[in-house]
Design a protein around this ligand. Structure first.
Ligand SMILES: Nc1ncnc2c1ncn2[C@@H]1O[C@H](COP(=O)(O)OP(=O)(O)OP(=O)(O)O)[C@@H](O)[C@H]1O
Ligand SMILES: [Mg+2]
Length: 468
């Protein structure tokens, strides 16, 4: 690969440059950030390896400049040991990986060798995502709502790196699906994907499972046992319900993440593993940190790439597609339908169990449908207790929600007219994030990206958007 090495510390620059050249790369070395930026404008590189603290311009600027190029090189950022926050920031700005100083040069050579492989995979992922407009799913994850599209992009972008990913989302939102998709889209895709849930297990059992034990470690340890981390070597470890990890386990996890080393229970021999860690939580870890139940240093290690999965009720636009998807799974040879008014009722239901609950509902409705052509609402939705009232009333009078939605739509239209269709400005005025605004526009059919020219003019929908 054509490598640009940006490092002001001469000893590192020279030895690392030599190692990379010896490994067959064409290396250019500069000691100044501004000089690096100038070079990026003139020459094409496959990869940039840059320090953070530099004279001229800092490494983050080099990173941003590199990633803004039309055919951006992959960027690996080198940071001092103590500043994991830098690494986190770098990953979010588009770096593919980070190196912690001090490092051995062979580790960098290895990283670049793998990077060369994943660069090809990354290109393929990007190609797939650019086709997503046409395809309503990413691997096994179904969805076309803006929130889901953004998720697909994130998966495609971060999958090839070795960076730790933390997935946050309510029960049944698809966290494990996403973890598997990340694994599959990475260079480790053919390696093992090893899931493990930390929920409701005592510390000793968790550690026995994760790290294994030596023969004779405790009374029943008749033979040595390999832990999940060993099984995941070369692959991906999925730590589910990480918020539930006991304090002592957190310390051990921190060490595996920092040093890629651990010992089996009752053992002294350090075992080295090369594992990518993806973890998931149903509660916000920041809350757990505030309650002093989760280590902040571990949080930073796990949360290099954060992914938040939206609850189903925040993306009801995906409902018809998901229903169709599950009908395909559970009613292969019959073509069942869901009445439009029932689909509307489903859009009003808050789905506390998210996609899993929806999947169960469709499966149940299919099982109970018999000869009927349409699935029954009482099979699709919980028709007992508190919910029955909500749905029945809705069928008789205009519910408050519809009234609120309508006035919200009118208001959005007005603000967009006032800002000349400038969404960023509109979002600011409305006091919501652009993401929220975008979602709302789509839900209200005011999204001109999709419906441009489709009868929107007569409705007075916002004109051509300022941002495409
Ligand atoms: N976007 C999606 N497209 C298709 N199926 C999905 C999607 N999201 C979730 N599912 C399905 O919903 C079920 C729950 O998904 P998954 O196990 O990944 O959720 P989870 O967030 O890990 O849940 P929990 O927090 O309860 O462990 C699975 O059967 C999965 O196949
Ligand atoms: Mg799960």
């Amino acid at each position: 690969m054509n490598v640009l090495l940006v490092e002001d510390e001469r000893s590192i620059a020279v030895t690392l440059g030599d190692s990379l050249s010896a490994a067959g790369h064409k290396v250019k070395t500069v000691a100044d950030g501004a000089e690096a930026i100038g070079l990026l404008e003139k020459e094409a590189f496959d990869c940039v390896v840059t320090d953070v603290r530099l004279p001229g311009a800092d490494g983050m600027e080099v990173l941003r400049k590199a990633r803004a190029l039309p055919d951006p090189p992959e960027v690996v950022v080198m940071t001092a040991y103590a500043t994991i926050e830098h690494a986190v920031e770098a990953m979010r700005a588009g770096a593919i990986d980070y190196l912690q100083k001090p490092f051995v040069n062979e580790a960098v050579v290895e990283k670049l060798a793998r990077l060369e492989k994943v660069r090809a995979i990354g290109r393929e992922n990007v190609r797939l995502v650019s086709e997503l407009g046409k395809r309503p799913a990413f691997g096994e994850i179904v969805g076309t709502s803006p929130l889901m599209r953004e998720l697909f992009q994130t998966i495609a972008r971060v999958a090839p790196s070795d960076a730790a990913v933390l997935i946050e989302g309510e029960s049944g939102t698809g966290k494990e699906r996403v973890a598997r998709a990340i694994h599959k889209a990475s260079a480790r895709g053919s390696g093992a994907f090893v899931p493990f849930s930390c929920a409701a297990l005592p510390e000793t059992m968790i550690e026995d499972e994760l790290f294994g034990h030596e023969k004779g470690a405790f009374t029943d340890a008749h033979r040595e046992k390999r832990g999940r981390f060993e099984l995941a070597n070369g692959g991906t470890m999925f730590l589910d319900d990480i918020d539930d990890a006991p304090a002592a386990t957190q310390v051990k996890l921190l060490r595996v993440l920092q040093e890629k080393t651990f010992e089996r229970v009752g053992g002294e021999k350090p075992i080295k593993v090369e594992v990518r860690v993806v973890s998931a939580t149903k509660v916000q870890l920041r809350k757990r940190i505030a309650e002093k139940r989760f280590r902040e240093d571990l949080f930073w290690r796990l949360n290099v790439v954060p992914i938040t999965l939206p609850p189903l009720r925040a993306r009801t636009g995906d409902l018809p597609l998901l229903v169709e998807h599950f009908l395909g799974l559970y009613a292969k040879d019959r073509r069942y339908r869901v009445r439009p008014e029932d689909m509307e009722a489903m859009e009003r239901y808050p789905w506390p169990g998210n996609v899993r609950e929806l999947e169960n509902s469709v499966q149940r409705a299919v099982a109970l449908a018999g000869e009927a052509e349409c699935l029954k609402r009482e099979h699709l939705l919980p028709m007992s207790g508190e919910w029955r009232g909500a749905f029945e009333i809705h069928d008789e009078v205009r519910p408050l929600r519809a009234v609120i939605e309508e006035s919200e739509r009118e208001h959005l239209k007005r603000v967009l007219e006032k800002t000349g269709g400038h969404r960023a400005q509109a979002a600011k005025l409305l006091g919501v994030s652009r993401k929220v605004l975008w979602e709302k526009l789509r839900n209200h059919g005011l999204d001109t990206d999709r419906g441009r020219g489709a009868g929107e003019d007569e409705e007075g929908a916002p004109g051509e958007e300022a941002e495409a």
